[in-house]
Design a protein. Structure first.
Length: 620
C-alpha cells in the first residue's frame, strides 16, 4: 500500500512500517505527530491514559510486564500493612527501596542494562544517591526550623517561597545533575529510551536516598510507632513509596528522553523543543507541590494533590515516550527480512514499526533487537511456529521470547527489601527509648523563677480589649506584632513559636475556641491530654496539648508538640498558642521533675499566659 504521509509503497498492514501512522493514512482524528490511540510501547493502550507499568517499563513486551505489575501490587499491600501495624522499619524499607530495586530488575530482565556502559549507570545512581542524602541533610535543617508552622499561624511569605518552592526546585536541579553529566560525557548510545533509563534510574536513586535520610529518625521511636496515628502512617507510606518515586522517575525519565533524542529529520526540531518543555514542566510541577506541603492543609487533600501531580507527570512521561518513538531516528529498514514482534508475536517485516500492531521496534532493548536480527531471526517452516503478517504467506520458526518469571522477580526483589527491613527493625529495637526513672533527690527540679512580668515589653490591642506581656526582642526571640496579638519565634535551642492573641468569642466556650484553633492550624493533630484547671490571665479557661507529624515530599520526620490555652471574658477570647519540636522532659532536659509538657518553649511560657489582661482588669 502507499502511505499518504511517507508517499512510498510499504507492506500492507494496519500501520505503516516506516512512520507508524494508522493504516498508512494521516487523519485529523489520529494525527501522526501523536497517534494518541496506540502507545508505541503497548499498542493496546491509549497514550494519555495513566498506565503505570508500560510507562516505567517500556522495554518489556506487554505479557512480560505481568510479574512486575503483581510485584507492584504486593509492594503497595506491604506498605499499607506496615502502616496499619505501625512498623516503621518495614514501611521505610519498602517505600525507599521498593520501586528503585524493581526498576533495576526491569533493566536486567529486558537486557536494557547492556545498551549503555554499566559504569555510567553505576556512576549516575551513586552520584544521585549522594546528592539526595546531602540535599535532605541541608534542606531538612532549614525546613525543621519552621516546625511545620502553617500559614494560619502567620508564616512569612519568604518562608513560603523558601521551604515551599525554592528548596524543592533545588532538589530537582540536583536530581538532574547525573544524567546531564553522563550526557556531556557522550556515551556511545544515543537512543531516547537509553536516556529514559539513565534519567529514571538516577532519579529513583536520588529519591531513595532522600527518603532513607528523611525518615531515618523515625527508627529511633522503636520497633513500633505506638504514638503515631494510622492515618498519618498511611499518608507517609503513599508519599514515600508511591507518589515521590513515581513522579521522580517520570520527571527524570522525561529529562533523559529530551537529552538523548535524535530527530529523524532536521525539521523535527520542534519535537525536541516539545520534549524539553515537557521535561521542564514536569520538574517544576513536581517541585511546586511543595507549596501544598508547607501551607498546612489537611493530610487527605494534601495526599490527593500529590496523587494528582503524579498522574499528570506520568501522563507527561507517556507523551514524551510516544513522541520520541514516533519521531526519533530509527534503525535501517530491511522490509524483505522477517522479524518477530515481541508485542503481538507476529513475524513481520523488519521495519521501525510493526505493521500488525503498530509497536515501535525501538521499544525493545538494543540487545533484544540484535538477537532477533541475528541468530534468532525467524525462518519459514511448513507448520506450527509463529504466523507471518505482511509477509509471504507462511508460518515461521522463531525462538520463543524469554519472559521474566514471577518467582524469579519476587525473590530478587523481596529478599533485599526484607533484609533491609529486618536490619532497620534491629536498629529500632536497639534505639527503643528506655523508661526514664526519676529520683528526688537529686531530680527534684528548680523553683519556677523567671524575669518579672513588669520588666517585659507589653502589647496592647489597638481597640484596647486586652494586653499581654511578651519576650523582649533579642538573640533568643524574634518578635512580630499585629492587630490581634504577638508572635514570638524562639531562635535558641530546639526553637519554637509562641502566639498571644485575641479573637471574638461569639458565644463559644473556651473549649470550642481552643478546638477550632487547633483544627485550623494543625488539622491532623492528635490530642494528647487536656490541661487540668487551665487559666489564662487568671481566668479559668480550657487548654489541651496535642501532637502532629508534618507530612510532605520534603518534610523530614519530626514530632511536634502543640499547646493551646484559651479563656473567655466579655465575649473576648484570649489565646496562648505554642508549638515546637517534641522532646521528653527528664533529668537531662527540662525543669527536672516529670512533666507532660515536653515542649522546650513551654518552660518560658507561663509568665506571659498569666500576664493577659482584659479591658478593665486591674494591673497585676
Amino acid at each position: 500500500m502507499e502511505c499518504q504521509r511517507c508517499q512510498v509503497d510499504v507492506p500492507a498492514g494496519n500501520f505503516c512500517g516506516l512512520c507508524g501512522c494508522h493504516g498508512g493514512r494521516q487523519t485529523s482524528e489520529n494525527p501522526i505527530w501523536l497517534r494518541r490511540n496506540t502507545f508505541g510501547a503497548a499498542p493496546s493502550e491509549a497514550v494519555l491514559r495513566p498506565y503505570l507499568s508500560s510507562a516505567l517499563f517500556p522495554h518489556l513486551p506487554t505479557r512480560s510486564r505481568k510479574p512486575f505489575r503483581l510485584t507492584l501490587l504486593i509492594a503497595a499491600a506491604v506498605l499499607i500493612l506496615a502502616a496499619v501495624l505501625r512498623l516503621p522499619a518495614l514501611g521505610i524499607a519498602v517505600g525507599a527501596l521498593g520501586l528503585p530495586l524493581l526498576f533495576v530488575l526491569y533493566l536486567r530482565a529486558s537486557a536494557a542494562d547492556r545498551d549503555v556502559p554499566r559504569p555510567a549507570l553505576v556512576f549516575g545512581a551513586l552520584l544521585a544517591a549522594l546528592l539526595g542524602t546531602a540535599w535532605v541533610l541541608v534542606s531538612g535543617h532549614l525546613v525543621a526550623r519552621n516546625h511545620g508552622v502553617p500559614m494560619a499561624l502567620g508564616l512569612a511569605l519568604h518562608h513560603l517561597l523558601r521551604e515551599g518552592f525554592i528548596i524543592p526546585v533545588v532538589g530537582m536541579m540536583l536530581m538532574i545533575v547525573p544524567p546531564v553529566l553522563i550526557r556531556l560525557i557522550r556515551p556511545g548510545s544515543r537512543e531516547s529510551l537509553d536516556g529514559f533509563m539513565i534519567g529514571a534510574l538516577s532519579a529513583l536513586a536520588f529519591a531513595a536516598a532522600a527518603t532513607l535520610t528523611r525518615l531515618a529518625p523515625l527508627l529511633a521511636t522503636g520497633l513500633f510507632a505506638h504514638a503515631r496515628p494510622v492515618k498519618g502512617l498511611v499518608v507517609q507510606a503513599v508519599l514515600s513509596g508511591v507518589t515521590v518515586p513515581i513522579s521522580a522517575a517520570a520527571a527524570g525519565g522525561m529529562l533523559g528522553i529530551a537529552l538523548w533524542f535524535r530527530p529523524a529529520r532536521r525539521h523535527q526540531g520542534r519535537v525536541r523543543l516539545l520534549l524539553i518543555l515537557l521535561a521542564a514542566a514536569a520538574l517544576l510541577v513536581h517541585a511546586g507541590v511543595g507549596i501544598i506541603d508547607i501551607v498546612g492543609v489537611a493530610q487527605l487533600p494534601m495526599v490527593m494533590a500529590h496523587i494528582a501531580v503524579t498522574v499528570v507527570v506520568l501522563l507527561g512521561l507517556r507523551l514524551s515516550l510516544q513522541l520520541a518513538m514516533l519521531h526519533e531516528s530509527h534503525d535501517p529498514s530491511e522490509a524483505d527480512l522477517p522479524l518477530l514482534c515481541p508485542q503481538c508475536e507476529n513475524v513481520v517485516p523488519d521495519m521501525p514499526f510493526c505493521p500488525a500492531c503498530g509497536a515501535a521496534t525501538m521499544a525493545s532493548s538494543q540487545q533484544s533487537r540484535r538477537l532477533r536480527r541475528g541468530m534468532l531471526r525467524p525462518r519459514p517452516e511448513d507448520a506450527g511456529g509463529y504466523p507471518g503478517y505482511a509477509l509471504p504467506s507462511a508460518n515461521y520458526a522463531a525462538t520463543p521470547m524469554q519472559r521474566p518469571r514471577f518467582g524469579w522477580l519476587l525473590g530478587r526483589w523481596g529478599i533485599p527489601v526484607m533484609t533491609l527491613a529486618v536490619a532497620f527493625g534491629v536498629v529500632g529495637v536497639l534505639l527503643t527509648p528506655k523508661i526514664v526513672l526519676f529520683m528526688c533527690p537529686p531530680d527534684c527540679g528548680k523553683p519556677p523563677t523567671g524575669t518579672p512580668v513588669m520588666a517585659l515589653p507589653r502589647f496592647t490591642a489597638p481597640d484596647g480589649t486586652f494586653s499581654v506581656a511578651y519576650p523582649a526582642p533579642g538573640p533568643a526571640y524574634a518578635i512580630a506584632t499585629g492587630d490581634s496579638g504577638v508572635t514570638a519565634t524562639y531562635t535558641a535551642g530546639g526553637g519554637g513559636v509562641m502566639q498571644f492573641f485575641s479573637e471574638p468569642a461569639n458565644d463559644r466556650s473556651a473549649r470550642e475556641i481552643a478546638a477550632a484553633i487547633l483544627k485550623r492550624t494543625y488539622p491532623d493533630a492528635k490530642v494528647a491530654y487536656e490541661i487540668p484547671n487551665a487559666m489564662v490571665g487568671y481566668q479559668l479557661g480550657y487548654g489541651e496539648v496535642a501532637d502532629d507529624w508534618p507530612q510532605g515530599a520534603t518534610a523530614s520526620y519530626s514530632r511536634l508538640r502543640i499547646l493551646v490555652m484559651a479563656a473567655v471574658k466579655n465575649d473576648v477570647a484570649l489565646v496562648a498558642f505554642a508549638t515546637g519540636p517534641y522532646r521528653a522532659f527528664g533529668p537531662d532536659f527540662g525543669p527536672g521533675p516529670p512533666s507532660g509538657a515536653n515542649l522546650e518553649i513551654a518552660q518560658d511560657m507561663g509568665k506571659y499566659v498569666n500576664s493577659f489582661r482584659w479591658e478593665g482588669d486591674p494591673q497585676r
